[in-house]
Structures are given as structure tokens and as C-alpha cells.
Design a protein around this ligand. Structure first.
Ligand SMILES: Cc1cc2nc3c(=O)[nH]c(=O)nc-3n(C[C@H](O)[C@H](O)[C@H](O)COP(=O)(O)OP(=O)(O)OC[C@H]3O[C@@H](n4cnc5c(N)ncnc54)[C@H](O)[C@@H]3O)c2cc1C
Length: 404
């Protein structure tokens, strides 16, 4: 009898795992089922093209019912909500009450933004929600219209808590907003501010290039600013007593594992599932793995960054672990490109491969490339590489219009 593998989540991690089973020379020992509450895939790195007016929001999603040819032998249960987990009984319970038994369970449900610890934050825009794209576009248009009418405007990008997924994204949002507002000719009327609750939310080697970009683009980065409350959706108060009155606030809501995972008691106090970096196994739960944004890994006292590239690679590693693939060499190399407007971008590439190989002594490294002319092109290549992986050569390429 093949072993039942259930993968929860058809995002980066779940699909990376499922694709590895599908591509394996011999996966006859496993029957793989992927479950997702949605029937579409999205890449967060495409959203800014939508709110900047370069593509329709609908172009940032892809229909998962069309990816079957790339995943031979994998069953996909789409539009299917997981309601609860029975880790002792090795069962996944669906929203309609159906219980599915597993031998191996791979949790890749991502995270939810939970603003409940910051009074008033729920009235601000959650910049990590696909549902926010239209509002984000309207916010930029309002800022431009008001600035054109002569009003001074402030856009505040407030990071609510660390760790959060794609650590460069708040800076990228500030740079893209800068670009759009600059093109509209009203940048001198708009203050763009990014706050973080820590001294520096990215790998240290990225600091020099970003500090230069903040200066060049007149974006104010304020470190060690913990948001404690937000009044009327526009006035942020910080733990040090400061306050910023903004025209618009884009928040990074504090993130945590979804409720059905939290209910198992497997989460750490910060709300993520702690796992072993070398296996992504969940301690005390036989056959259970947690990958991607939902898992919590500390390396040298700092959180392992959360990113699509890492989620996909964790999925690959777990699939090989389950199949006991001989000679598999794992690589844990991230690639987050922060676009800076006008075709430029900065590639931040943290490498945790040595930490996976040697959890006690291995150290991460991080390469930085300041891509002044082809940053956007590199980002689009990255996006389209994943579209090809998941939907094949016939998958709809992501091709935004040029910035106007
Ligand atoms: C604006 C933005 C920009 C980003 N840019 C980049 C970038 O440039 N590079 C990069 O590497 N990463 C980037 N990321 C981060 C990247 O998107 C995440 O790190 C990645 O998606 C994590 O993969 P995951 O599998 O853990 O979760 P997800 O991709 O979020 O997938 C989780 C899936 O689980 C499903 N699910 C959740 N709960 C249930 C349930 N109860 N039942 C059934 N299904 C469920 C969800 O529907 C979802 O499809 C960006 C993210 C955002 C938001």
C-alpha cells in the first residue's frame, strides 16, 4: 500500500513539495493529496504592479485547476477548507466534516495577518493581503490627487512585528510609491516613512545599499518604532511616545499560523510552528512537517527569513525526506528582489544551506546585488520561472505594461 501524504496549502511550499513528488523518478510508494481553500495561486511579488496601475488585479492570480499536467500523480482538492487536525489520530478534518487519514502530513498553510495586538490597526490597510490591492491603488491615487491640489501628504508603511514574510516588501512598497508619485510630479508634497519595531529587519549585509536608497529617494526609515495603537486609521502611536499623523497607513499586520494550526497547540509563543531546520519535522508529532511561512526556525538567535523561495525549497526537502531519496543535496538559497522604480532593484539572497547541513555550527551568508538597470527584469524572470514550474510552458506569463 502506498503511504498517504497530505499537503495542506497550494502556495509556494505546498506546490514545491508536490512538484518534487510529481517529478521523482520513483514516487510509487506515496499517494499525494494537496488541499487548498482557494483554487488560485498568486505571487505576492506581482501585486505592486497592480496597485501601481501596470496590470489588472486579475493578472496576479493563476487558476490552479490548470496545473494538473505539471503534477502527474498528485490529487488536488481545491476550494476545500481544512477545519482541524487530529495529530494523534493522524487525520485531517475538512470543513464538511470529512476526515482524511495520513501517514505523512506536510503543513504549508502560510500565515494570517492578525492585528488584534495593536488597537486600531485593523482599520489600516494590510499590505500582505491580496484583498488590499484595490485599496492600495486608490490610496496612491488619493495621495497624488491631494498633493496635486496642494495638500501635504504622508504615506506611512508600518511594520507591526517581526518576523514577517518577504522582509524587503515594505521597503519595496515605499520605493514603488515613490516612483509613482514622482512620475506624477508631486513628490515634493509627499513624505514617505517606513517604521520597523527592530533596528534592522533584513540581513545585515543589505543595510548599506538600502540606506543609500532611502537617501536617494527621500524615504525616511525609522528603526525601533513599535506601533502600539492607531487612531482613526491614520495616526500611529509608538512605544517610545512618538506619534505620526499620516494620510494613509499601509501596515504589515503581525503574522502567525492560521487558527486550525494554532488549535493543535503546536505553535511557539510568537505563533509559528517550531521545526528542526534540517528536516522541518514537528517535534513530538510523528510524520508531521511544517514548511514555509508557518514554521518558526531560529538561527543564531535570529529568525530564518520567510520567503516564497525558501518555502518552495523546504517543500522539496521534505518530499525527498519522505521518499528517502538517496544522494539528495539540499540548497537553501533565497532570492528577494526589492524593486526600486525605473527598472532598478536590489537582489537580497540569503543562503542558509550550511545551517541546514550543520544546524549547530553552520552560519548563514547573504549576497547583495544592486541591479541598477535590470532589477525589474530579474524580478519578472523570477516570477515567470515559478509560473513555468507550476503551469508549464503554456502558463500565462506575467508581463506588466511599462510604468507610465
Ligand atoms: C506583497 C508580497 C511580496 C512578496 N514578494 C516575495 C518575493 O519577491 N520573493 C519571495 O521569495 N517571496 C515573496 N513573498 C513571500 C511569499 O509569498 C511567501 O513567503 C510564500 O507565499 C510562503 O509560502 P507558503 O507555502 O508558506 O504560504 P502561501 O504561499 O501563503 O500558501 C498557503 C496556502 O495555504 C492555503 N490555506 C491556508 N489555510 C488553509 C486551510 N485552512 N485549508 C486549506 N488551505 C489553506 C492558502 O489558501 C494558501 O494557498 C511576498 C509576499 C507578499 C505578500
Amino acid at each position: 500500500m502506498p503511504k498517504n501524504v497530505i499537503v495542506i496549502g497550494a502556495g509556494f511550499g505546498g506546490l514545491g513539495c508536490a512538484k518534487t513528488f510529481a517529478d521523482a523518478k520513483d514516487s510509487s510508494g506515496v499517494a499525494v493529496t494537496v488541499i487548498d481553500a482557494k483554487s488560485w495561486f498568486t505571487i505576492g511579488g506581482t501585486w505592486q504592479y497592480a496597485w501601481a496601475g501596470r496590470v489588472d488585479t486579475s493578472s496576479t492570480t493563476w487558476d490552479l485547476s490548470k496545473c494538473g499536467a505539471q503534477f502527474p500523480g498528485v490529487s488536488m482538492l481545491l476550494d476545500t477548507d481544512v477545519a482541524s487536525l487530529d495529530l494523534e489520530g493522524k487525520k485531517v478534518v475538512l470543513g464538511d466534516g470529512t476526515a482524511l487519514e495520513y501517514d505523512h502530513l506536510v503543513l504549508s498553510p502560510g500565515v494570517v495577518g492578525d492585528p488584534s495586538s495593536v488597537p486600531g490597526m485593523d482599520a489600516t490597510l494590510d499590505m500582505y493581503s491580496h484583498d488590499s490591492i484595490e485599496r492600495q491603488r486608490a490610496d496612491v491615487q488619493d495621495i497624488v490627487a491631494n498633493a496635486t491640489a496642494g495638500e501635504t501628504q504622508t504615506l506611512l508603511v508600518a511594520i507591526g512585528a517581526v518576523p514577517y514574510k518577504c522582509p524587503v516588501a515594505p521597503f519595496e512598497a515605499a520605493f514603488i510609491a515613490d516612483d509613482v508619485i514622482r512620475r506624477a510630479g508631486v513628490r515634493d508634497k509627499v513624505d514617505i516613512v517606513v517604521t520597523a519595531p527592530v533596528a534592522w529587519p533584513l540581513p545585515d549585509p543589505a543595510k548599506e545599499v538600502f540606506v543609500r536608497l532611502f537617501e536617494e529617494k527621500n524615504v525616511r526609515f525609522l528603526p525601533e518604532k513599535t506601533v502600539v495603537s492607531i487612531e482613526g486609521g491614520v495616526k500611529a502611536s509608538f512605544a517610545d511616545g512618538d506619534a505620526i499623523a499620516a494620510s494613509k497607513i499601509w501596515s504589515v499586520y503581525p503574522q502567525r499560523a492560521p487558527d486550525f494550526v494554532k488549535a493543535t497547540g503546536a505553535c511557539n509563543p510568537r505563533g509559528f510552528v517550531p521545526v528542526n531546520i534540517a528536516t522541518n519535522g514537528v517535534e513530538g508529532s510523528d510524520g508531521v512537517y511544517c514548511i514555509g511561512d508557518c514554521c518558526g526556525i531560529a538561527v543564531g538567535g535570529k529568525p530564518h527569513p520567510k520567503a516564497g523561495e525558501f518555502a518552495w525549497q523546504m517543500g522539496e526537502m521534505v518530499a525527498h525526506e519522505i521518499m528517502r531519496t538517496e544522494g539528495y543535496e539540499h540548497s537553501r538559497l533565497g532570492a528577494c528582489i526589492a524593486e526600486c522604480g525605473a527598472g532598478a532593484g536590489v537582489l537580497v539572497a540569503p543562503d542558509y544551506t550550511q545551517c541546514v547541513k550543520d544546524p549547530e555550527g553552520g552560519k548563514p551568508s547573504c549576497a547583495i546585488q544592486d541591479r541598477k538597470t535590470d532589477g525589474e527584469a530579474a524580478k519578472l524572470d523570477w516570477v515567470n520561472k515559478y509560473i513555468r514550474n507550476i503551469f508549464g510552458e503554456g502558463g500565462r506569463r506575467f508581463e506588466p505594461a511599462a510604468a507610465a
